[in-house]
Design a protein around this ligand. Sequence first.
Ligand code: RNT
Ligand code: ZN
Length: 414
Amino acid sequence: MERYESAKEKYRALGVDVEGALAALSAKALSMHCWQGDDVRGFEGLGEALSGGIQATGNYPGRARNPEELMADFEKALSLIGGKKRINLHASYAVFKGGRVDRDQLRGEHFRPWVDFAKKNALGIDFNPTFFSHPMVRDGLTLSSPDEEVRSFWVRHGRACRRIAAEIAGALGSPVLHNIWIPDGYKDIPADRLGPRLRLKRSLDEIFSEQFEGVIDSVESKVFGIGLEAYTAGSSEFYLNYAARHPGVYNLLDNGHYHPTELVSDKIPSMLAFFDKLPLHVTRPVRWDSDHVVLLDDELREIAREIVRNDALDRVLIGLDFFDASINRIAAWVIGTRNMQKALLYALLEPYGRLKELQDTNRFTELLMLREELKTYPFGDIWDYWCEKEGVPAGEAWFQELIRYEQEVLLKRG
Ligand code: RNT
Ligand code: ZN
């Protein structure tokens, strides 16, 4: 408390409203991806390996093997993270009480247990159709496939998922982000680059042809996937144009999906200039789209700054997207999500009025000086205080709790 008061005084001297910053952080919901808990396997029991050019590597013990285990692990993570949370689901996490149905036949009832889970834990829900790890992904293609049987199967899947998203939104009384990412691409140089994109465009038009209450639609591009290095149908330009021409469809930015010197932080204000909403997948690419756990690094801080200083906390939908199977999976959730919150708080504690004024009056020396001095302000004391206020452990104290859970629960799983 003493440390907090003294830290608060320092920020106040700069003109920063610390109480306001804490309240803003508490109010911002982060969407935590369910797929960190089980290495993106889901519950369909198809016996398919993870496909689509994405990979979860490692074999740390304790992976959640069924809905009960995944829910228990997710709750453990929730108990160690302050603020508001959402759960981001994939269609492959359907819970089949009666018989299993294929992905083009999925219905709201298959996600009823998740709705109950969300209600119990005061979570919002986001939803993703699953266009990978399935026998109907033929030669790496789904919505852009020239094979009409394949293409139409995946269109039906997309349509079913938007209907499910609408049902979930109705049941929760709050909007659901429905995000489409497909792996479609070619390992080697294609003979036709336009055809697959025209078929993808047609498929999206078919999927989006119905209007639903409470569904926020988005499309997610990428550069390449493993085994699909030469060509990606759903490229950045493709989806950006699609979203720009289809009001109500947003372009999701995943910061693992661009060339290594491109920065999503710099894309955020450009998107905000044209779209009222901007969904994000926050991840950490190490040399490729490796989906490592998010760190409190320079780019994460810059992403948070672009959200905060443009007054866009309500417009940017922040989702996490990483899957590391080489470490304790619950710790991965806790570390990555808390880091996103730290970055937001760090950004909320910067005196933007002053920094902007320095830029606009060309006082770049002072701007550089102040930015650098800010780096050693007592941010940690404010963060610890926020955690205590939220009723979650500050500092590394949460780890002991997790180790206990690992001993008592995770290591007992086969
Ligand atoms: C893959 C995309 C996509 C997935 C999840 C599982 O490169 O980032 O968002 O990670 O849908
Ligand atoms: Zn993503």
